[in-house]
Design a binder for this molecule. Sequence first.
Ligand SMILES: [Zn+2]
Length: 297
Amino acid sequence: MQTSLIWIVLATLLLACGEPSDGDDIDAGVDGRVDAPPGCTRPELDAPWLRTLLTDSVGQLATTPRYLPTERNAARTYLSGQLAAMGWTAQTHTYANGANLSASIPATMGSGKTIVVGAHFDTVSGSPGANDNASGVAVVLAIARYLKDTPCRTSPVTIVFFDQEELGLFGSRAYAQTLTPSNVLAVHTIDQVAWDADGDRRFELELPTPALEAEWQAAAAVVGVPVITTTTTGTDHQAFRDRGFAAMGLTEEYVGGDTSPFRHTPNDTRASIDSYVDYLVLAAKLTSQVILEEVSP
Ligand SMILES: [Zn+2]
């Protein structure tokens, strides 16, 4: 009884001390940093368009497999249109037997190194690839959309949709050759982020550098999701790591075993991930928190 009374008194005192003063002291943000310059607002992670963007793009992409040249071409056309609608210009990066699609979002201030965020858009033959990997593509589209609402960006961001990951990282290997590690701050790739049957909201961070691991853990704390680090290779981030880039991957619990049983089958459909849209939304918020933190002044 007495203890709780002391706590009430203490809490009251703390609240009183926390009242804003009307002095002209520096206005610090909630995390203790000095606020960004005027006009440098950051978009809310809880964006009103987020869920619709994710479900629409997964639904559109997963109407067919994206294996044949015509199917992959149709996917590129769709993604190009989505980027154009956000005000970004997509470019096709053609290599031997395929083509990646990228968009360069310039910095508006400062001269930070380039941040790369990508996901593969191809599938194996016969699979509509809703989880693998329309889900990752949708998250990357969401980042492009958040950046449209981020007026102050200290680093350029390159959005990339990789071709032919399923055949052996062909697209990401070709794209990595167009960049120089010393000009790139980080490479983040997203692959399979729409399965959470056990409902624990956990994501796996694949082979992050210590600095990237710290960034993602901080973002996970903001978004309120658990993350665990694994040593999974075999997807696009490996193509960049092999060439000396600071790279990492985000995925569902692939090592943990809570991963889609429909991978690489005709059953990897939009309907099969219907129950996990909340998880896909969290993947988008988590990734966006990392990228917005990296670009913000
Ligand atoms: Zn994949």
